[in-house]
Design a protein around this ligand. Sequence first.
Ligand code: 9MR
Length: 380
Amino acid sequence: MKLDRRNFLIAASTATMATRIKAEVIKESIQKHGLADAFVGDYHVGAAVSTDTILSEDKPTLKLLEREFSSITAENCQKWEEVHPSEDSWNWSASDKFVDFGEQNNKHILGHALVWHSQIPSSVFQDKAGDTVSASVLRRRMENHIGTLVGRYKGRVHTWDVVNEAVSDDGYDDWRPSAWFQILGNRYMEEAFNLARQADPNAELLYNDYNMHYPQKREFLVGVFKDYLDRGVPLDGVGFQAHYMLDDPELEQIEKSIDAYSALGLPIHITELDVDVLPKAFEYMGAEISTNFEYSDKLNPYPTELPDILQEKLASRYEKLFGLFSKHQDRIKRVTLWGVSDADSWKNNWPVRGRTNYPLLFDRQLNPKLAYTRLMNLKR
Ligand code: 9MR
């Protein structure tokens, strides 16, 4: 066909119409059936919710959460320094709203994180003179914190990340030498689980950590968990944070860890999934937030948009990850993304501040990315 002006206009408007119809079909199917609906037979699909989303009542993000996810995690608002900034003060505003939102929308609600070495006032570990507190004082403070926080949401928060990141980054085969460990010894962890169980006997209690695919970490934690289960420490499941890169870790490594932990009879929760698409700033692959690298343009190659080829790589990575999770759906209870859209991901600032990263399933305008469509297609 000769492409004169008239034919060109007809062809162009047909093409535009086709694109529009396609976009509308996708939009409609998204609105009726979100991601969590698509995976309903396999596991919960969740997202972390920021304090800002909750406090500013960010309608578009909340609507998207309602539609797409069946589970929500408190990204920051229940961390010690936010919810319990000093010994006698509690800040419930964001945390209460978060739980209310979850209940109103019938979500599976995740509390995060009761005992962690990070995001906790240093005064928790000190007396008024600034000296390190005794074990009994710290134990009392932990008791008060867990009892008050878990107690407040008894029967409402379904699952708690009880202890977060207790393993050392040095060799991954021993306890992290945190203030918790130094003052209470390794029993601080089981005490935290016992206290959480006392505060809400029906809540599900998890251990949560990054790099759960590392063999040394796996071996160390499998030993700890076996001992807990033998002695009746109330550990109900294992959280893999899953802060991944496009090509690291390999699926095989992740699968070995799924096998190892679930062989103990413990269900697995994928708790903080995201996929970093930017150049690696350094070899360390954890999520210890005190490490940070200096910004350079070389480390921030896509400040305005992600090239198609990487969009494709990201989609394929997500497809493979969810494929693996669904293969093990009898052992995996939940897959939670660490954030809703690329705009609110911590990955824009870690391990290098001020980069533009694209780690999640929704773009900065809250539109579904190619990775989202691929995941929906897995279930069509
Ligand atoms: O995403 C969280 C970010 O907004 C906070 O600034 C940071 C420090 O509180 O924590 C981030 O979430 C972390 C989570 O609580 C535990 N695992 C690692 C996550 C990424 O650092």
